[in-house]
Design a protein around this ligand. Structure first.
Ligand SMILES: [Zn+2]
Ligand SMILES: [Zn+2]
Ligand SMILES: [Zn+2]
Length: 148
């Protein structure tokens, strides 16, 4: 089984339990937002989350505030794909959410990637520059099969 599927299962199992534990803070729109993120395996933009939100559960500003809080609580992870602003994914408990994406520059389709930048190469870069505790953020861009 690949990491992506495991990640998805972990977050589905544990979401209800986490919501119970943190229920005082996860109310109304925040709960709906987590449910929206749970249903989708790809990172969603603030606007997409807002559009999926049941009517009357909040405006765009509510979604902005909620994402900020959920990020601070460690329940969502923020990704950046250049233009188009931040996108968010639900974070499985105990998972740092480290993974990468392949983004179509034409239609903005996003593919979840299991491969990671080789640790040996990262260690080499760290050692050569005298750095410690090096990590990375990395997204790939190209043309998807449909857009070629
Ligand atoms: Zn495309
Ligand atoms: Zn992802
Ligand atoms: Zn990586």
């Amino acid at each position: 089984m690949n990491r992506r599927i495991k990640r998805k299962e972990a977050r589905v199992d544990r979401l209800a339990e986490r919501l119970r534990r943190q229920s005082r803070k996860v109310t109304g729109p925040r709960q709906s937002i987590l449910e929206i993120l749970r249903r989708d395996s790809h990172p969603l933009s603030i606007r997409e989350i807002f559009q999926a939100l049941p009517e009357g559960e909040g405006d765009l500003a509510t979604v902005y505030r909620s994402m900020h809080l959920l990020e601070k609580m460690g329940m969502v992870k923020r990704f950046h794909f250049g233009h188009g602003g931040a996108r968010f994914e639900l974070l499985a408990e105990g998972d740092d959410g480290h993974h990468h994406h392949l983004v179509c520059t034409q239609c903005s389709q996003i593919v979840e990637i299991d491969e990671c930048f080789p640790e040996s190469l990262q260690d080499k870069i760290a050692a050569r520059n005298g750095f410690k505790a090096v990590t990375h953020k990395l997204e790939f861009f190209g043309l998807c099969p449909r857009c070629q």
